[in-house]
Design a protein around this ligand. Sequence first.
Ligand code: GAP
Length: 458
Amino acid sequence: MTDDAAQPPSEMTADLETITSLAKRRGFIFPSAEIYGGFAAAYDYGPLGVEMRRNIRDLWWRAMVQERDDIVGIEASIITNPAVWRASGHVANFTDPLVECRECQGRFRADHLEGDTCPNCGKVGTMGEARQFNMMLSTIVGPVADESGRAFMRPETAQGMFVNFENVQTTMRKRLPFGIAQIGKSFRNEITVKQFIFRTREFEQMEMEFFCHPDNSLDWHTYWKKERLRWHYSLGMRPQHLRLRDHTADELSHYSKATSDIEVHYKWGWGELEGIAHRGDYDLTQHSEHSGKRLSYFDPDTNEHVVPHVVEPAVGVDRILLTLLLDAYAEEEVKGEKRVVLRLAPAVAPVTVAILPLSRNEKLDPTARRVHSILRPHFRTQWDDAQSIGRRYRRQDEVGTPLCVTVDFDTIEDDAVTIRERDSMEQTRVPISGLVAALRERLDALAPSVPGIDEISV
Ligand code: GAP
């Protein structure tokens, strides 16, 4: 563990309102279809939000698929044969307890209520009996609008991996243990959706099903707990804001033998960021029974068929993005003024280098454009020439840009520019010929240090 992890856990400084407002003001996240009054718990990502989402997805894919020999990827369809959801248990069991207020007809998740006061109208003792509410969103497929065409939008990406287990194993000639990974949208008709993008009805998941021999599946569960925690550290998430927590028996999902959550110490308390579930042989067995196809692995060493056990790290892109914004947010006083800064790691920051010509000026413009064209192939760049240089530095601080490059009138003469660092606010003059290397060196220095897997205890 790093030194930081030894400190007592401290909650984050930013609250949801602050981040929701920054995200909208600076082009990360907008309420969906805002000109029509928005749409409950739906959000649209703006230019900086999409860049950050891509970074998160790419870092996950790199770590989980491209840098490993034992994991391969797929993309399965969102609208799936309904038989999948009957076999997986989602039709029968993917429910939350719903209660309705007899006074105002407000509906709430029973397990999210404190006491018997209605959070909507404030009346006491007006809540009805809890009933189970299925959270899958459905649609009608095909030209005839009747129940025969009823299909579900997937509530998790995981089932795409189970139903393709045999296709992937045989075409890729995979031997146990191996994993199948997927990134894609999932949909849930969540009852309570009040924490910005923490819980929405449409969200993106990154899931990996790791198929292993039943004899060593618990070891793999431990391995993935550590490995996934390490990955979150590598995004720059502060270790003192993260913990691992094992689910109690009554919290376990219908398929799970054991689950541990990576939790975050948000301003409103500890909350789930990622689940690492031991799903046993539940899914392959269910799909074997329902489809009539034997889903097992033939071990050429022992000449035995085994039904692999599955360990599943599952996390949401949107929830990571929100957590990174909350974790990185800081307010400081600089020369008597408030400075807002997002201390994002360069790997996740939407822009890594901003190019700022000192002023809009036709003498300066060609030099500044030349500098931009030198940097563009190497970094995620942004050109910013509106308003005073001080305001532009503040604006880049607020969106987490680690480095700015200022092109001024001396540049035309001496072919040198100023690098301004987000965190220290230090400014250094460097020649354009060495600019890429100088920027790279500074970005590398900002990358979080990540402990080895053996240094993490779970
Ligand atoms: N296949 C297992 C599974 O889906 P989950 O704990 O329900 O497990 C995994 O979801 C992760 O997906 C969560 O830890 C969270 O990061 C994200 N997630 C789940 N529901 C979400 C929602 N309604 N909105 C945003 N993210 C969600």
